[in-house]
Design a protein around this ligand. Structure first.
Ligand code: SF4
Length: 328
């Protein structure tokens, strides 16, 4: 709720604070148990910073991150001291973008996957071995692979190992930061299907951070679109893809490659650069690039409002515009 993460800008020898980069600026959303919410937007829009705050890899500047634990308590992760984070971190795990750099090349697959177990007090080597075997089977890798090193595996296999490590402590929430963007297209679908299969089996919630909307469409229940640190639209996947209500979402959707040349002609080319989060424009941050901007947009910042059940938009003109989406 109202999550903000501002990074100070320092200047001079005394490192005087001369401003702030508003990487995440008053962001609110929820993820239900067993649900996948995707955060999308251009690079630098704040989606990775948001996910790192949720995992408390970064301390938020302000706002709340309420996590409903297995015990039924709602804990504000943003306010917890570091010493109390460990039990919660077990329940929130991350899958990284690059399966080539996220696995330590000097550790065996057994050491990599069992490390979180060891750190969390599973002292018995036999128990750890049994759990690693189970996890490898869950990600469809052979248990005998556990004695090998990461270099022996392809990108897709390494990402499966990363997923097995993330599952080791039975998390409730997995944050997947561009988990397939470093993989061959042919392997991407296999990993996405594995994530969906594990979700169904284990009731996992996913926060899926991505820039590729075709991937997002395949895996998400709902999608949140970010622009310059703010959420500009949140909706169910079908509603967002077929009936977008924010001009920025329309532009993102129009950039998805389409086989039909008539649809290709509908591409919305945005003018100008993404706004600077250290010095954002007045009013709606999107107004310098928005093809539908009016005078009001330059002076008044729109609020995120629910325009249809479950469909939230931050645009003064959302009710009058008919925007182009992608039909399934
Ligand atoms: Fe465009 Fe105005 Fe809507 Fe912003 S508020 S997205 S500038 S129409």
């Amino acid at each position: 709720r109202n999550l903000c993460k501002y990074f100070p800008i320092h200047k001079g020898l005394l490192r005087r604070v001369v401003g702030h980069v508003r990487a995440v600026d008053d962001v609110s959303f929820h993820i239900a148990r067993g649900e996948t919410l995707s955060l999308v937007g251009e690079s630098g829009c704040g989606k990775t910073t948001t996910s790192r705050c949720i995992l408390r890899a970064l301390k938020p500047t302000s706002g709340e991150i309420r996590f409903h634990t297995e015990e039924g308590n709602a804990v504000n992760v943003a306010a917890l001291p570091k010493s109390e984070l460990r039990p919660l971190r077990r329940q929130m795990q991350m899958i990284f973008q690059d399966p080539f750099s996220s696995l330590n090349p000097r550790m065996t697959i057994f050491d990599i996957i069992s490390e979180p177990l060891l750190v969390n007090g599973v002292r018995s080597a036999a128990q750890r071995r049994e759990r690693v075997e189970e996890l490898l089977e869950m990600v469809h890798l052979r248990p005998e692979y556990m004695n090998r090193y990461p270099h022996a595996f392809s990108g897709g296999q390494r990402q499966r190992i990363g997923i097995a490590r993330a599952l080791a402590l039975n998390p409730a929430l997995i944050v997947a930061d561009e988990p397939v963007s470093a993989l061959d297209v042919s392997v991407q679908a296999q990993i996405l299907n594995l994530l969906l299969e594990l979700q169904e089996e284990l009731g996992l919630s996913y926060l899926f951070v991505a820039h590729d909307l075709s991937v997002v469409k395949h895996v998400s229940d709902r999608v949140a679109v970010m622009y310059v640190g703010k959420i500009v639209e949140v909706a169910g996947t079908e509603a967002l893809f077929e009936r977008p209500k924010h001009p920025y979402t329309e532009a993102l959707l129009s950039a998805v490659p389409k086989p039909d040349p008539r649809l290709r002609a509908q591409r919305v080319i945005l003018q100008g650069e993404v706004a600077d989060p250290a010095n954002p424009p007045s009013g709606c941050y999107f107004h310098p690039r928005c093809p539908y901007a009016v005078e009001r947009c330059k002076v008044e910042s729109p609020r995120l409002e629910e325009v249809e059940p479950g469909h939230w938009v931050s645009c003064h003109r959302s009710q009058e515009l008919t925007l182009t989406g992608i039909r399934a």
